[in-house]
Design a protein around this ligand. Structure first.
Ligand SMILES: [Zn+2]
Length: 433
């Protein structure tokens, strides 16, 4: 049943305003009596309203608990509005005692892992990096994704005039790709090529970056710190934009090669689908997709038994999602080019030059202020791009969708709570917990 409380939360989150979502989250934290809250400020960048941006962390329950359940939101910017509202709903239920933590358990809520993307409605971060393609094993020798090359011009070409956008917007994304003669192969392959991750075009989509992102670095630090004395960590990262509308799919995090870790995850989430088995709506496992943040966290935390899933809340068809990302990226890519030309005082700039500027922390904020911010906020294409992304990742005019994804989320969360209750660690003799 859709309770009054949830209706109120939905109405408020539907503004899709980062500062308001953050305030609502912090208020819910306070009302739940949680005092352990830390806020990490994103350096250099601000939101559309010129206010600072933060990743906020709240620890709920006994700090020395053996079990830690991490619930994180906003890895992919606007997907954070679903994540934020589920976190708020859980906090309200904890406050009114309609949700009880399992024994010997604390919850770690990480709000807005990518606050820049959440505020600006970009799936990617301030350096245009997809955080789930950013666990770079070898920074000097990144994986090559030849398949992406043929799509790059299409997703970043310069002619984002109103006319070209109108034409493109009318066609479903993959159909448009086909008509443009870019790809005649199976659509599944196109999905892998485009969304699998790439490391050669900083002005493209699903770009994995050339160094560890601020979000990535901060998250690893936070999870390490808060699981230091824990024996088990169950990590849930909240996403939207893949799968059937209104359906929550739990996608197992571990790598194909990591048998033990994978088996452990299936024990906690028997219903979890997997990229390795091809049973997931997510892109088939590729070299690039092995680099999700969840995997990075677990690899760096050997003392603690870590399992991870992503909850994916289905919104609109993949073609529409692809279209939205393209629309947004055309604005982003060209604003970046314009700035690079201005910065270097040259009419023509190369990929490498844009790359250097976008990833230079000293120059990038200036680049953003000079070209990307006005392009996103004031140009028709920019406004259309931001709206399209939002419509692809959060259905603010569909309360039924919201009700279904919240209910679906709790079905999974309740199972996790049951698992933890049924699988407690034995206290060591003499250890008083
Ligand atoms: Zn996502």
């Amino acid at each position: 049943m859709f309770e009054q409380q949830e209706k109120k939360l939905y109405e408020r989150i539907s503004k899709c305003d980062y500062q308001d979502a953050r305030q609502a989250f912090l208020d819910a934290v306070t009302k739940a009596g949680v005092t352990q809250v830390e806020s990490y400020k994103l350096p250099y960048y601000v939101g559309p309203d010129d206010k600072d941006l933060f990743m906020d962390v709240a620890e709920i329950g006994d700090k020395d608990a053996s079990n830690v359940i991490v619930i994180s939101s906003g890895t992919h910017g606007p997907e954070g509005y679903y994540g934020s509202v589920l976190q708020q709903d859980m906090l309200k239920k904890i406050a009114d005692e309609s949700l009880t933590l399992p024994k010997d358990t604390k919850i770690l809520m990480v709000h807005a892992i990518n606050p820049f993307g959440m505020a600006w409605h970009s799936r990617f971060d301030q350096d245009n990096v997809d955080l789930n393609r950013n666990d770079l094993k070898d920074i000097n020798n990144p994986d090559k994704n030849e398949g992406y090359e043929s799509y790059h011009d299409y997703v970043s070409k310069n002619n984002w005039t109103l006319d070209s956008l109108k034409t493109a917007v009318k066609l479903p994304f993959f159909l448009a790709l086909k008509k443009s003669g870019i790809n005649d192969g199976p659509l599944e392959q196109a999905k892998v090529d485009i969304s699998g991750g790439q490391y050669t075009h900083p002005d493209g989509i699903f770009y994995g970056g050339c160094r560890q992102s601020w979000s990535h670095e901060t998250l690893i630090k936070v999870v390490q710190e808060y699981t230091e004395n824990a024996k088990r960590c169950i990590y849930v990262d909240l996403h939207t934009g893949l799968g059937s509308r209104g359906v929550i799919e739990a996608i197992a995090g571990p790598l194909a090669s990591d048998e033990a870790h994978y088996a452990l995850t299936k024990a906690v989430f028997p219903e979890a689908t997997s990229k390795r088995e091809g049973s997931s709506v997510s892109t088939l496992e590729t070299n690039h997709l092995r680099t999700t943040m969840m995997n990075a966290v677990s690899e760096r935390n050997p003392k603690c038994e870590i399992t991870g899933v992503a909850f994916e809340a289905g919104t609109v068809p993949a073609s529409k999602v692809g279209h939205a990302l393209t629309e947004f990226n055309r604005v982003w890519a060209n604003a970046a080019k314009i700035y690079a030309s201005y910065e270097l005082k040259k009419d023509f700039v190369t990929q490498e030059e844009i790359y250097d500027i976008l990833t230079d922390q000293a120059k990038a904020p200036e680049c953003f202020k000079a070209a990307i911010k006005p392009a996103l906020l004031e140009s028709k294409a920019g406004i259309a791009g931001r709206n399209a992304v939002l419509e692809a990742f959060f259905l603010k005019n569909d309360p039924e969708w919201y009700e279904r994804i919240i209910d679906g989320s709790y079905e999974h969360i309740n199972k996790v709570f049951d698992y933890v209750n049924d699988n407690q660690f034995q206290s060591s003799p003499g250890l008083n917990r």
